[in-house]
Write a protein that binds this ligand. Structure first.
Ligand code: CO
Length: 134
């Protein structure tokens, strides 16, 4: 059911430092910061030949990233995103298998303008999983 790894999202306490490190030390192609007010984050995309890294930095007091950074002050992997062809079929299959889909269970439009869902980390080896319809 899942396809390609679309991105790995890393929550960072200092967006500029993370961008500089990936650009200068790792020699990666690093984009400009983009505010995503609907998601409570500022993001930077790092383009790799086979996937993307997404830096997440809190935007606003109610950012979903605040709690994560309190527990992980130096930052850390926040979620991984897999591509699916049909997000509603994927959701129905997962729910029928007993996996918990977060929120209302209805896909939201994610940071790339495509429908996404998140799955409970406790159901997937301690990792928050995002599914994105491609
Ligand atoms: Co994501």
């Amino acid at each position: 059911m899942i396809g390609r790894l679309n991105h790995v999202a890393i929550a960072v306490p200092d967006l500029e430092a993370a961008a500089d490190q990936y650009r200068n030390t790792l020699g990666a192609k690093v984009g400009a910061p983009q505010d995503e007010p609907d998601h409570g984050v500022t993001v930077i995309f790092v383009e790799l030949p086979n996937t993307k890294i997404e830096f997440l930095y809190p935007l606003g007091e109610n950012s979903p990233i605040n709690g994560f950074l309190e527990k992980n002050p130096s930052g850390g992997i926040h979620h991984i995103c897999y591509e699916v062809e049909d997000i509603l079929a994927a959701r129905d299959h997962l729910q029928a298998s007993g996996a918990r889909v977060l929120g209302t269970g209805e896909p939201k439009i994610g940071a790339h303008g495509k429908p996404v869902l998140f799955l409970h980390p406790k159901d997937f080896t301690g990792t928050l999983v995002e599914l994105e319809q491609i």
